[in-house]
Design a protein around this ligand. Structure first.
Ligand code: ZN
Length: 133
């Protein structure tokens, strides 16, 4: 598979972020990274809580970091899990909120050791919820 340089950088950041995961309950460490329309990279990791429902996924941590730094448009994302798992439904919806064009927003899926594949966000979340604007 041909992996563009910026995707390689995105995947590398997600792999780094996975080491920062706080996952004492599930043991399922996840790292994520997003690339914004102005070329900035933001990473995130999952952050669990003793009250399980308060846990936040790596993808949302990355998106929220980007937004808190002023970003409003995400053009690519990467997720690194132990087994090549894809983002949960909640994270797909959060990514869709900030993806200017979901059908052209790749989401790279990898494990710590290899690339599993790539989907567009539109493939991962067809018919995303959107409020009329
Ligand atoms: Zn999630």
């Amino acid at each position: 598979m041909n992996i563009p340089p910026e995707a390689q950088q995105l995947i590398a950041l997600a792999r780094e972020m996975r080491h920062l995961a706080y996952a004492p309950y599930s043991g399922y460490a996840v790292g994520a990274a997003v690339l914004t329309d102005n070329g900035r990279f933001f990473g995130g990791c999952n952050v669990e809580n003793a009250s399980y429902g308060l846990s936040v996924c790596a993808e949302r941590t990355a998106v929220f970091r980007a937004v808190a730094e002023g970003a409003r448009a995400i053009v690519a994302a990467a997720v690194v899990t132990p087994d090549g798992g894809t983002p949960c439904g909640a994270c797909r919806q959060v990514l869709a909120e900030f993806a200017a064009n979901p059908s052209e927003c790749p989401v790279w899926i990898a494990t710590p050791d290899h690339l599993v594949g790539v989907y567009t966000l539109a493939e991962l979340l067809p018919h995303a919820f959107r409020l009329p604007r």
